[in-house]
Design a protein around this ligand. Structure first.
Ligand SMILES: *Cc1c(COP(=O)(O)O)cnc(C)c1O
Length: 434
């Protein structure tokens, strides 16, 4: 066993050596040191604001839908570990990957037929883009290599995904000029229940028609734009995109990395619109938050188009493609989800969030409060003071990670009513102090 390190030593080494997401080096704000996690609770190595345990309001960035240290997922991981944690996927295959692929094809919209197992969400988006560009090249239309999206989106941090993230979203502005130049429509008008705005629908149709010769695909997050701004829009716009893409020979990609596996109240957000994409990306909750894994699914038509090209293969193959450990846990996680009335649990949490966040509307500095499925958002009229907001939530015994002007929660589906109420109280406290 290595020499034990004190929490103080660990935090000092962390600051000195370890990058954190979107962080400076050396680090500025000290992260909380987590010792273990179980159910919906994170256990801290030393108390912060008098708390050594926090209710997790974030599901570790939308992923831990069943909570932590779940016996079923632990079993799946342990039993796979006893067989093999990894073998290469070139020339070899294995039961966990095959089972998972079959299951994903079974539960996603009908025409999606083929599965590429990637190692992170961003890579699955790279693969989706590569599929679309290569499809048109194979069909003799190499000019079709741009993408269209709407503003306010987020698709990951590698190169192609960055090019379709919100162009005014701060972080990516740095790369103007270096990134591929894509076609942007306005941010979709807000409101899941709002009637689709005809002028906005017309803008989408017009842009797709105008750029059809150079567009390989339209890529969007259906219904919920996550890390780009936590906003909800009418599913009607997805039908507009589907029709316009069909009319003008453009592929449609749904990035369901954040919305997949029930978060919005439907198993996949595409179901709210009753439309299917040509390509779909999944990630985040795919393994129940246990391991990194993502998937890009496509229709038989897309795969067939690619296979008709001069290079009749999809030239992509990450080292850890199809990782058996991650695939076994993903399969168990989906089975666990489907074995229970998950939709009822998400509805229950939705009701709890609506009740618990209602008081936030009257807090000074709050611009909007919105809830959809197991997603609750309090939007301020100013940039959140991260340190103050985090401290306020921790004092309430809750872990939240606000960004920009947004304080939000996406709790695990197993979160009990009392803990949902507590998370809401923490959001309100963070809104007041942040
Ligand atoms: C998180 C996210 C990604 C990127 O996934 P990573 O696993 O972080 O690379 C892409 N698209 C959406 C919609 C996401 O929410």
């Amino acid at each position: 066993m290595p020499e034990p390190l004190t929490p103080g030593e660990l935090l000092a080494l962390d600051r000195q050596h370890v990058w954190h997401p979107y962080g400076p080096m050396p680090g500025k704000a000290a992260p909380l040191l987590v010792e273990s996690a179980s159910g919906v609770r994170l256990r801290l190595a030393e108390p912060v604001e008098g708390r050594d345990e926090l209710v997790d309001g974030m599901s570790s960035w939308w992923s831990a839908v069943h909570g932590y240290n779940h016996p079923v997922l632990n079993d799946a991981a342990q039993s796979q570990l006893g067989r093999m944690s990894h073998v290469m996927f070139g020339g070899l295959t294995h039961e966990p990957a095959v089972r998972l692929a079959k299951r994903l094809v079974d539960i996603t919209p009908e025409p999606l037929e083929h599965v590429f197992l990637a190692d992170s969400g961003s890579v699955s988006v790279e693969v989706a883009v590569k599929m679309c560009l290569q499809y048109w090249r194979s069909l003799g239309k190499p000019r079709k290599q741009r993408l269209l999206t709407w503003r306010g989106g987020y698709h990951g941090d590698t190169w192609q995904p960055m090019s379709v993230c919100d162009p005014d979203g701060g972080m990516h502005e740095l790369w103007q000029g270096a990134l591929p130049r894509q076609v942007f429509a306005d941010t979709p008008p807000a409101g899941f229940d709002a009637a689709p705005d005809e002028a906005y629908a017309a803008q989408l149709r017009e842009l797709i028609a105008r750029h059809a010769d150079e567009l390989a695909a339209v890529i969007v997050e259906p219904v919920v734009q996550g890390a780009g701004g936590m906003s909800f829009h009418s599913p009607g716009y997805l039908r507009v995109l589907r029709e316009a893409c069909d009319a003008h020979g453009v592929l449609l990609v749904f990035d369901e990395i954040a919305t997949g596996f029930g978060r919005t109240g439907a198993l996949f957000a595409a179901e709210h619109a009753g439309v299917a994409p040509d390509v779909m990306c999944l990630g985040k909750a795919l393994t129940g938050g246990y391991l990194t894994l993502a998937a890009t699914l496509c229709t038989a038509a897309v795969a067939d188009g690619i296979s008709r090209g001069a290079l009749p293969v999809l030239a992509h193959g990450p080292t850890f493609m199809g990782n058996p450990l991650a695939a076994a846990v993903a399969d168990a996680s989906i089975e666990l989800l489907l074995s229970q009335d998950w939709a009822q649990e998400v509805k229950r949490i939705e009701a709890g969030l609506r009740d618990g966040l209602a008081p936030a509307r009257s807090i000074a500095g709050v611009r909007d409060v919105r809830v959809l499925g197991a997603i609750g958002v309090v939007q301020l009229d100013h940039e959140v003071d991260m340190a103050a907001a985090t401290r306020a939530a921790v004092r309430e015994g809750v872990w939240l990670r606000p960004f920009r002007d947004l304080i939000y929660t996406m709790p695990p589906y197993i979160t009990g009513d009392g803990d949902v109420a507590r998370i809401c109280a923490a959001l309100c406290a963070a809104a007041r102090e942040g």
